[in-house]
Design a protein around this ligand. Structure first.
Ligand code: BV8
Ligand code: ZN
Length: 253
């Protein structure tokens, strides 16, 4: 029996399915993963270096410009067949939840509601000083080329700088999001982990948590990322290819 057929058999009888996604599911929408080299002004930087409050303090215009550029990429991108497959499974009657490390809104734009964003989202902007949400005008979000330093707008309440509503390294995850993710993972029958290299914690602990809770873990990735447990099924391939094929085995078009 192929891994694909095994995965389909498990899903056919699953009551609760949790999808756990990383940058790889958005790759075929044209959004670079964290393993792709950065381009333009940011080409000489390691993303992990830029995704910190220290980098923002040191050079707010560099970091704010990078997030504006990433926001522009997300706005111009479309959900791909991988994102659409997840919402099709939910619409076909399966109990589906989505936990993502991604800061884009492609799951939502593919029709999935109540996405658990462990690391926040690009589209939210807040004050770096007082953390109040900041609503920006379209012209404040415009960036034309990828080598622009853009001074972040100021908070109308405390004059602090605007920052993206994402979780940077050494920042805590939103407590509600983490608790929801743990509850979902501990009570699911199947966790489908898609397009993640499993490097960043605590998010990367979720598949192991599912295995400890006796769930089956199906990995979808270009490379073998399985942890070596008997409860895992490794589907090698791209999310936009593998997920529609998996749904096809379930008779979901
Ligand atoms: C925390 C948002 C508690 C921003 C992100 C020392 C001191 C302090 C902390 C630490 C420390 N050491 C470790 C830590 C913890 C740290 C951490 O994990 N560091 C790592 C580097 C070891 N974590 C934290 O700091 C977290 N907070 O721990 O709080 C705390 C508080 C204070 C002090 C201590 C602890 C917060 C981490 C959140 C960081 N923010 N994103 C932004 O995006 O700009 S992380 C970001 O990187 C993503 O969200 C994601 O999580 C990660 C990237 O991973 P992936 O999504 O997996 O993407 P990647 O590119 O790596 O892989 C893509 C995969 O897809 C590959 O496997 C590829 O093969 C596959 N693929 C590609 N194409 C396809 C595909 N698969 C299928 N189809 C395709 N087409
Ligand atoms: Zn403020």
């Amino acid at each position: 029996m192929t891994h694909m057929q095994k995965a389909a058999d498990v899903l056919a009888v699953a009551r609760r399915i949790v999808f756990f996604t990383g940058a790889g599911i958005s790759a075929e929408s044209g959004i670079p993963t964290f393993r792709d080299k950065l381009t333009g002004l940011w080409a000489t930087y390691d993303p992990q270096r830029l995704e910190t409050a220290d980098a923002f303090r040191e050079n707010p215009a560099l970091v704010w410009g990078w997030y504006l550029w990433r926001r522009r990429q997300v706005t111009l991108a479309q959900p791909n067949a991988g994102h659409h497959s997840i919402s099709k499974l939910a619409k076909a009657g399966w109990d589906v939840s989505v936990i993502t490390q991604n800061i884009d809104d492609l799951h939502e734009r593919a029709g999935v509601d109540a996405v658990v964003h462990l690391h926040g989202t690009l589209l939210n902007v807040k004050c770096f000083a007082c953390h109040r949400p900041i609503a920006l005008e379209p012209e404040q979000l415009r960036i034309s080329k990828e080598d622009e330093l853009v001074e972040p707008p100021r908070c109308s309440r405390c004059n602090g700088r605007a920052r993206p509503g994402v979780v940077w390294f050494r920042e805590n995850l939103p407590e509600g999001a983490w608790l929801s993710a743990v509850r979902l993972v501990r009570t699911c029958d199947v966790l489908i982990s898609i397009g993640t290299s499993g490097v960043v914690r605590p998010a990367a602990d979720l598949p192991e948590m599912a295995i400890r809770a006796k769930a089956t873990v199906i990995h979808v990735n270009l490379e073998d990322v399985s942890l070596g447990d008997g409860r895992e099924i490794m589907l090698i391939g791209s999310a936009a290819q593998v997920l529609p094929e998996l749904l096809g085995c379930l008779g979901v078009k």
